[in-house]
Design a protein around this ligand. Sequence first.
Ligand code: CA
Length: 255
Amino acid sequence: MRLLVAEDDQSLAMFLQRGLEADGHRVRWEGSGSAALAAYRDEFPDLTILDLGLPIMDGEQVLSQMRVADSQSPILVLTGRQEMETRIRCLDLGADDFLLKPFSLHELRARCRALLRRKREAKLLLRAADLELDRLDRTARRNGELVALTNKEFALMEHLMLRRGQCVSRVELLDAVWNMEPALTTNIVDVYVNYLRRKLKDAPPGFLLRTVRGQGYVVPSEAELALPLPATVSSAAVIADRDAQRSSQAIPVRP
Ligand code: CA
């Protein structure tokens, strides 16, 4: 796993790095708040260990910015501050765990293992409304019924579900699912979105898989799914869908 350690005390950082690397992790160390935030945005680590007292940008500020960038990746906060208020504030800002200095390396490693295990388990089964993607046996179920998807269809839906609530561009999908350079001439993403909608019985404009006109596709968050479909989105999606259907006839891709 890729770990990020944000700690300005160099000897403590080296000690942590050695201990965590012994567990088989790849560890990146940053000594300031701003550098840690940049590294986080750059690499999206599997786990971050964040000291609160950091130079240039304070740890609490870094924590809230990290949460804006990615709401899922676990963050373990380290601090010498005893007060309960600090602890509550950090948990409110989105920290997953909290360790008071001084701590033992054994305890830190155990907490890291627990956070990573929780993350793995949460990510094995992806859900949106009544749709379930099992990433272990790579199956999809809608309302309990198995939906047969091809590898590419599954990978496309999986990528959108992992980025749930965010609009994902066609360029990103081409790269992530097809490992293809962005090419203006291909409409393969739109074609596959249509295949998926058909198989998932998610009729255009799409309840689970929505078009964001001119930008890409989104699987809405649970809160957004509870809202009525906005009229502007549906008409835009219908137009984009019609375009995709028309152009889909031009290329010889089959699911
Ligand atoms: Ca510090």
